[in-house]
Design a protein around this ligand. Structure first.
Ligand SMILES: Nc1nc(=O)c2c([nH]1)NC[C@@H]1CN(c3ccc(C(=O)N[C@@H](CCC(=O)O)C(=O)O)cc3)C=[N+]21
Length: 358
């Protein structure tokens, strides 16, 4: 049985992480020594033979994994190109260039990387970017002052406060200060409230969940009438992802850290969106054959062979689920690039809306 083949996920060992307090779910793993390629092969015996010796392997037919890989990097690139064309058309027609302001507080390396990547992505499509970088010990008032300035600046169409904020700050108070018409992250409670209500339209949909749905659409995966399970209930991914799936007429269940027998619920799902931040948590045996899986997790695991000393893996044990699912997103190269593409898309929509340009 494929599920009995030793996969990398079965020997994962959790280690504490530097940013333990602000992102407790993120953990480094120690990878195991089994080669990935052997776990990707689906061995079908012609006649029963024990699998332990190499002769038995030669007497089997090896077929590659069955799931379609959902290429978020390629889709994101295509979307960025579409956005670039629209921005050029708007500039030509009305002389307006969309602007995105990013507020970064503190010195978290991962946050600095994300902000740098966002700036690069803005440059590539022709969005003006504005950045404020404040020290870790900045007062809440200083962050609020930056937000007010951007709220009033007509060349800024989107404002993003990079999360997580330092623990001494009130995230709710700060996110509420972002003008709703510039809330390109879609985190303002009024936007989330509208997302939750039938017959209401949010001005912006949060980027990561929007990217997940966009991937399902672009790969022709039907959502309407399907059973969808969202793993994780965070304000920025799990909860809005569940609301979006429901708006798309899926029947939605949210599985979280207090759910009893989560595997049994996940096993019923046609569509799974996982956003928990636990490396390789979702196993192949939890998946209904043919399910579509969107893996939002971006978890660093220790990897001495990598130049950075770590590599990124998802919430899902990719090598196992790829044999059971019909479609799955890789990490990296899945949802991550889509998040940035959706941020650019929200910024463009904001500029169009403010200038009545269609
Ligand atoms: N206000 C706010 N809005 C956010 O949207 C937001 C945030 N705060 N805080 C942090 C998270 C995380 N996030 C990512 C975006 C892109 C990748 C991405 O492009 N990842 C690449 C990998 C990049 C690499 O290799 O380092 C990939 O998955 O292929 C990842 C993570 C946005 N976030």
């Amino acid at each position: 049985m494929a599920s009995m083949i030793f996969s990398e996920c079965s020997t994962a060992r959790l280690l504490p992480l530097r940013c333990h307090r602000s992102c407790p779910a993120l953990s480094f793993l120690v990878g195991c020594l089994f080669p990935l390629t052997s776990s990707r092969l689906f061995l079908t015996s012609l006649s029963f033979q024990p699998r332990a010796s190499s002769t038995s392997v030669s007497a089997t037919i090896a077929t590659e994994s069955s799931a379609k890989v959902i290429d978020g990097k390629a889709v994101a690139k295509q979307i960025r190109e579409e956005i670039g064309v629209e921005i050029a058309r708007m500039k030509e027609a009305i002389g307006i260039v969309p602007g995105l302001a990013v507020i970064l507080v503190g010195d978290r390396k991962d946050s600095a990387t994300y902000v740098r990547n966002k700036k690069k992505a803005c440059d590539a499509v022709g969005i003006n970017s504005f950045e404020v970088h404040l020290p870790e010990d900045t007062t809440e008032q200083e962050v609020l002052n930056s937000i007010s300035r951007f709220n009033e600046d007509p060349s800024v169409h989107g404002i993003l406060v990079q999360l997580p904020l330092p623990s001494h700050m009130n995230e709710e108070k700060i996110l509420n200060a972002v003008g709703i018409e510039k809330d390109v992250d879609g985190f303002h409670p009024l936007n989330i409230g509208r997302l939750a209500m039938r017959g209401r339209e949010p001005l912006f949909v949060p980027c990561t969940p929007k990217g997940c749905i966009e991937l399902l659409h672009r790969y022709g995966i039907q959502i309407k009438g399907k059973k969808a399970v969202v793993i994780g209930r965070s304000n920025i991914v799990g909860m809005p992802a569940a609301l979006l799936l429901q708006r798309e007429d899926a029947t939605v269940t949210i599985v979280h850290s207090r759910t009893n027998n989560p595997e049994d619920i996940i096993k019923e799902a046609d569509i799974i969106i996982s956003a928990v931040g636990q490396a390789n948590m979702v196993r192949g045996s939890w998946i209904k054959p043919g399910a579509a899986i969107i893996d939002v997790g971006i978890n660093p695991v220790e990897d001495p062979a990598s130049p950075r000393g770590y590599r990124l893996v998802g919430d899902v044990c990719y090598d196992e689920v790829v044999k059971v699912a019909s479609a799955v997103t890789p990490v990296p190269g899945g949802v991550g690039p889509m998040t940035i593409a959706m941020l650019l898309s929200n910024t463009l929509s904001s500029a169009k809306r403010m200038h009545n340009f269609n």
